[in-house]
Design a protein around this ligand. Structure first.
Ligand code: GRF
Length: 204
């Protein structure tokens, strides 16, 4: 813990492999001056939350089931503020965020999506890509705004779609790139060496 570190708040719902890739990047010095301040899951059974506990991180379950989105999000906002989070990273967080949540952290929420946006937003992006017949897909790290999978693109990494690919094969190829992309994008944003011009991220 270093008081000068930028504090990341991770939201997840499942496996947590992107969270682990981020945590490992911090440990390996690939994201400088950052620490994971808190990991929050909306599902108690998420493997990612067990992994966060194993690493000795602050890990919270804020159960979403049966609750109004606004109430659930208000509790998450309070937890993130309590942990003085500078940047919120959605890492397989499978629930829509309310406009109030997005406004609570303006330009300070990132998401990773398993397609080259604006192609194939929403659920099952890898299946959508296969069904459409694209020959290149990939992943996108973007700033979260009030529209689904829509905000300014920080970084994309592409992969080929190969003959014979099924959803699992394409997903695995994309996931390997996600693990690289998310850490690079976080480092970019935390460096502050960029400007957003219209919809464009421009390194400075
Ligand atoms: C990833 O494919 C990510 O792009 C999407 O949800 C999946 C989460 O995987 N948003 P994991 O929980 O990080 O392993």
């Amino acid at each position: 813990m270093n008081v000068n570190n930028k504090k990341l708040g991770i939201l997840l719902s499942g496996r947590g492999s992107n969270f682990l890739a981020i945590a490992e990047s911090i440990d390996a010095g690939r994201i400088l001056g950052a620490e994971v301040a808190v990991v929050i899951s909306n599902r108690a059974e998420a493997a990612g939350i067990a992994a966060a506990r194993e690493r000795g991180l602050n890990a919270l379950v804020i159960e979403a089931r049966g609750r109004k989105r606004a109430d659930h999000d208000a509790e998450m906002i309070a937890a993130l503020r309590e942990h003085r989070v500078d940047l919120v990273c959605l890492a397989g967080y499978m629930r829509l965020l309310s406009p109030e949540f997005v406004r609570a952290f303006p330009q300070r929420i990132l998401n990773i999506h398993p397609s080259l946006l604006p192609a194939f937003p929403g659920l099952d992006a890898q299946r959508q890509a296969l069904e459409y017949g694209v020959q290149v897909s990939g992943c996108t790290v973007h700033v979260v705004d009030e529209e689904l999978d829509h905000g300014v693109i920080i970084l994309q990494r592409a992969v080929p779609v190969l003959p014979g690919d099924d959803e699992a094969a394409l997903s695995a190829r994309i996931l390997a790139e996600e693990h690289l992309a998310y850490s690079q994008a976080i480092a970019r944003v935390l460096s502050g060496n960029y400007a957003i011009v219209g919809r464009r991220y421009e390194a400075r």
